[in-house]
Design a protein. Structure first.
Length: 85
C-alpha cells in the first residue's frame, strides 16, 4: 500500500467537476484508491462518495493506493492532485 497526504489549495475545494475528474482518473488504474478526510473515507472512483467528504480549501486528505499498479497510480495521482486541487 502506498499513501500520501495532500492539502487542498483550490479555493472552492473538491466540488462536482474536479471530483468527476478524480473519479475518471481513478478508474484508469487496477489498484483500489481511497481518500480519507478525518474519520470519513471514500473510494476515489465513486463520484458521490468523494463529494460526500465535503473537502474544502485547507483540508488535508490522505490518499491510499493498494494493488498491482500502486506505485505508478500513486505517483500519477500525486501529480493529478497538485494540478487540479
Amino acid at each position: 500500500m502506498v499513501t500520501f497526504h495532500y492539502t487542498v489549495t483550490d479555493p472552492v475545494g473538491i466540488h462536482a467537476r474536479p471530483a468527476g475528474l478524480l473519479a475518471k482518473k481513478a478508474k484508469e488504474f487496477e489498484s483500489e484508491i481511497s481518500i480519507q478526510k478525518g474519520e470519513k473515507s471514500a473510494l476515489a472512483h465513486k463520484l458521490m462518495a468523494v463529494m460526500g467528504l465535503c473537502i474544502k480549501c485547507g483540508d488535508t486528505v490522505t490518499v491510499s493506493v493498494s494493488g498491482a499498479d500502486e506505485a505508478r497510480a500513486a505517483a500519477e495521482l500525486e501529480r493529478f492532485f497538485a494540478e487540479h486541487f
